[in-house]
Design a protein around this ligand. Structure first.
Ligand code: G6P
Length: 491
């Protein structure tokens, strides 16, 4: 943290993301400001504080310009203002096209290989272009110098880097793509694949979670554009501009001892969740915590629970699978259909194995605040992450951070970025029901010694590669790039 703050002093840092770092919620006649439980804010806020930077985001929340204060600029955090939040506004129709349509019905399924067909509508694309342009205008307005450092977040802004490169040629533009990048065949189905690549190649540095996604991006560029690709150096030259393509695996804030000291004990957490479910103290619990999204493999994990209960009848009445699923993007059909499918499956499994006294699957489709989630992590015997495709997956890392008692096991899909780092988890292919069921059983019945050995290694990885390192690595690469560009400008 210190290194970045020192290296960035005197530089202007502008962050662009779709969601605001502080959500403005309408409560009665006043506006309440809430901090989202987002790793991004945790990672970037220290840099913003050190540089008095500007964060540009969609002025969403559940209040729009008319109902909130209507101001474009607000100082945040509310209790200790030290940087500026610049809000960009959009109409409902624009939000529908740019966010729900192109970003979430187009790019999201395009980049996640989860067998949901992406939908590409010309009208959504037009709104996406308009909104990217609007954010470009906002960045240019906020730039105090001709060479700010701009940190662009995610698939909502694929066109923004090139729009900025044109208008701020000396800026250092770092774009981080938080979701996977598919292989060239899959990517090529997007009717605007060339525009998307050209847009992203306005970046000085383009980051993905894993080397595999970097390679997929370079291969897509090679397939569709006349660009010079130097694989060994991870460098693309296109239209005379260079883009460095690097992997920066995102992580979480590693809790300090004084924070851990405030957590309720594992015994308290275990009793609380079991009391909530109306089961005995020694009841085994496996846990899922996800956004209610079709990429998360919730159907596959329920099928594994079903199979495990067929194979291990001794677990009847002694085990429950608790799935917390936070509603998300529910205005979209695909998400509603998915929630219905998962609910029906849970009911079928409960009807097949359960009875009046015991339901093996508990599906709780509600948002949980971060204290509650930590308590659930500490209460569980096994945490299950079975994403069909996931850039990183922070649930896996949060679970590990919550287990200072070195107990609990992690079942983790091989199709997550996290599986590249968390080698001592029980790694599964969620499409393989049989072996996922076996891994779940193994996780529930593992000896305490083996749990501790595995958990110790997992914790060492997450503690070391925490979210500050993620942000620091990107910013240090940017600082190096700026130094070398300034030196070559002087020669
Ligand atoms: C993914 C994306 C993030 C996004 C999050 C929540 O993790 O990579 O950019 O913030 O989903 O999605 P939402 O659509 O609710 O912002």
């Amino acid at each position: 943290r210190q290194v970045v703050a020192t290296d960035m002093r005197g530089e202007q840092v502008i962050v662009v993301s779709n969601r605001e770092p502080y959500i403005h919620l309408q409560s009665g006649d006043s506006v309440r400001v809430q901090r989202p439980a987002s790793g991004l804010v945790t990672a970037i806020e220290p840099v913003m504080r050190a540089c008095s930077g500007t964060w540009i985001a969609h002025g969403g929340g559940d209040a729009d310009r008319a109902t909130v204060d209507g101001q474009d600029h607000v100082s945040v955090p509310p209790d200790n203002p030290c940087y500026t939040l610049r809000r960009v506004w959009m109409s409902k129709e624009e939000e529908q096209g740019y966010y729900y349509g192109f970003a979430n019905e187009g790019m999201w399924p395009l980049c996640h290989l989860a067998h949901v067909r992406p939908v590409f509508r010309l009208t959504d694309w037009e709104h996406y272009k308009t909104i990217n342009q609007r954010f470009a205008d906002a960045v240019v307005q906020e730039a105090l110098t001709d060479d700010p450092i701009v940190l662009i977040q995610d698939y909502h802004f694929a066109l923004l880097p090139a729009l900025l490169r044109e208008r701020l040629p000396n800026a250092t533009i770092i774009t981080f793509w938080h979701i996977p990048w598919p292989n060239p065949e899959s990517f090529g189905v997007c009717p605007w694949h060339e525009e998307i690549l050209r847009g992203l190649l306005g970046s000085s540095i383009l980051g993905f979670h894993t080397r595999l996604h970097c390679r997929n991006f370079m291969e897509s560029t090679d397939r569709f554009l006349e660009a010079r690709i130097r694989l060994e150096e991870s460098m693309i030259t296109f239209d005379g501009d260079h883009t460095q393509v690097n992997s920066y695996p995102i992580s979480i804030h590693w809790p300090a001892p004084e924070e851990v000291g405030l957590w309720p004990s594992v015994t308290e957490c275990r009793s609380k969740l079991r009391a909530q479910l109306g089961v005995k103290e020694d009841h085994l619990i496996a846990l899922g915590v996800d956004r209610f999204d079709y990429t998360k493999g919730i159907v596959e994990r329920f099928n594994a629970v079903d199979r495990m209960l067929e194979k291990h009848r001794e677990l009847r009445h002694r085990f429950s699978f608790v799935q917390f699923a936070a509603p998300t993007r529910s205005a979209l059909d695909e998400y509603q259909l998915f929630a219905e499918q998962v609910t029906r499956l849970a009911e079928r499994i409960n009807a097949r194995h359960g009875d009046a006294n015991w339901q093996p699957v508990r599906l709780i489709a509600e948002h949980q605040d971060s204290d509650a989630v930590t308590s659930h992590y500490r209460a569980a015997d096994c945490c299950v992450v079975t994403s069909l495709h996931d850039g990183m997956n922070l649930v896996a890392k949060e679970f590990v951070a919550a287990r200072d008692d070195l107990a609990g096991t992690l079942v983790l899909s091989e199709f997550t970025g996290a599986a590249r780092e968390l080698h001592t988890a029980l790694i599964v292919n969620p499409y393989d029901v049989e072996s996922t069921a076996d891994a779940l059983y193994q996780g529930l019945t593992m000896s305490r010694d083996e749990q501790a050995d595995r958990m110790r290694s997992l914790r060492a990885v997450v503690m070391e590669d925490n979210v500050y390192r993620w942000a620091a690595n990107m910013l240090l690469d940017a600082a190096r790039l700026r130094r070398s560009e300034r030196i070559s400008a002087r020669i």
